[in-house]
Write a protein that binds this ligand. Structure first.
Ligand code: AMP
Length: 293
């Protein structure tokens, strides 16, 4: 049997001991929390954080607390052996893949919750989702105590929430983000893309196409924000999406709606966000844009 070049740990005690040893040797440590089913979006976070730290810990934990009762926790893709091969390819130092009982032992009673920026967007259709994310990420960061942790721009609201969390709770980990990675056809890479049929996947391309078109319409001044968003929603529905959960533009830094923006420098940095359902698959995407108010 060949042994992996990636050290694999399943207990927080062993994880803490290894990270402590690295720190005592003067090495810096980065963490990449994931739910597995790794793809090149995840791998790009690993290669990005390697530029900032000496050692990289990737966690794989499909977190039951961030899935709603009617969501896909049970069928979420799990592929540990294939994941380990991918982690080897990018020279990951350590894989931390705890059992549910290691994260939520019997008697676990705490919930970590961030307000305001968890309102709207993904929170509206996924009640409890962000509390699940903030609770598990608090635990993972405290179990590992990394110097830096990286999250993907793909889940931009999640990144903003986690940056706020670390700041508010004085967690001594710098939170950074990695660029959103797309497949060659332009669709944002996601572990959930495997749920789609070939036909659905073709329709799904209407998401990046629509976002690009709206950005051109607004930045080019041919349509108002309201008109461009209304047309975009209709275009997604016409293409075959069952539901458009949101198609919104918000300020990049605070995630506030644009009408909450007080006078300031124009154009402002904004971001367009979308969540839409095709068949049984919920897809999200976002892109930056400049808005002149
Ligand atoms: P997940 O395994 O889906 O929970 O994602 C783990 C991390 O990978 C999160 O920080 C995601 O934002 C990030 N991620 C997922 N897909 C992508 C992507 N296409 N590009 C960049 N980061 C991503």
């Amino acid at each position: 049997m060949t042994t992996s070049s990636v050290q694999i740990l399943r207990s927080k005690k062993e994880l803490r001991a290894q990270v402590r040893e690295w720190h005592m040797d003067g090495l810096t440590v980065g963490m990449v929390p994931t739910m597995g089913a790794l793809h090149h979006g995840h791998l790009s976070l690993i290669t990005e954080i390697q530029k900032h730290v000496d050692k990289v810990v990737v966690s794989i934990f499909v977190n039951p607390k961030q899935f709603g009762p009617n969501e896909d926790f049970n069928k979420y893709p799990r592929s540990e052996a294939a994941d380990i091969e991918k982690l080897e390819q990018v020279n990951t130092d350590l894989l931390y893949t705890p059992a549910v009982s290691e994260i939520y032992p019997e008697g676990f009673l705490t919930n970590v919750s961030v307000s305001k920026i968890t309102e709207g967007l993904c929170a509206a259709n996924r009640p409890g989702h962000f509390d699940g994310v903030t609770t598990v990420v608090t635990k993972l960061l405290l179990q590992c105590l990394p110097d830096v942790a990286i999250f993907g721009e793909k889940d931009f609201q999640q990144y903003a929430v986690l940056k706020q969390l670390a700041k508010d709770l004085d967690i001594p980990t710098e939170i950074i983000y990695g660029t959103l990675i797309r497949d060659n056809d332009g669709l944002a890479t996601s572990s959930r893309n495997v749920y789609m049929s070939a036909e659905e996947r073709q329709i799904a391309l209407e998401i990046p196409n629509t976002l690009n078109r709206i950005i051109n319409e607004i930045e080019g001044g041919s349509l108002t924000i309201e008109e461009a968003l209304k047309n975009g929603t209709q275009r997604l529905l016409d293409a075959g999406f069952k539901e458009v959960q949101y198609l919104e533009i918000r300020q990049s830094d605070t995630l506030e709606s644009l009408h909450q923006t007080t006078a300031g420098p124009s154009p402002i940095s904004a971001r367009i966000f979308v969540a839409a359902v095709i068949g049984k698959t919920r897809l999200i995407d976002n892109m930056p844009l400049k808005i002149s108010l």
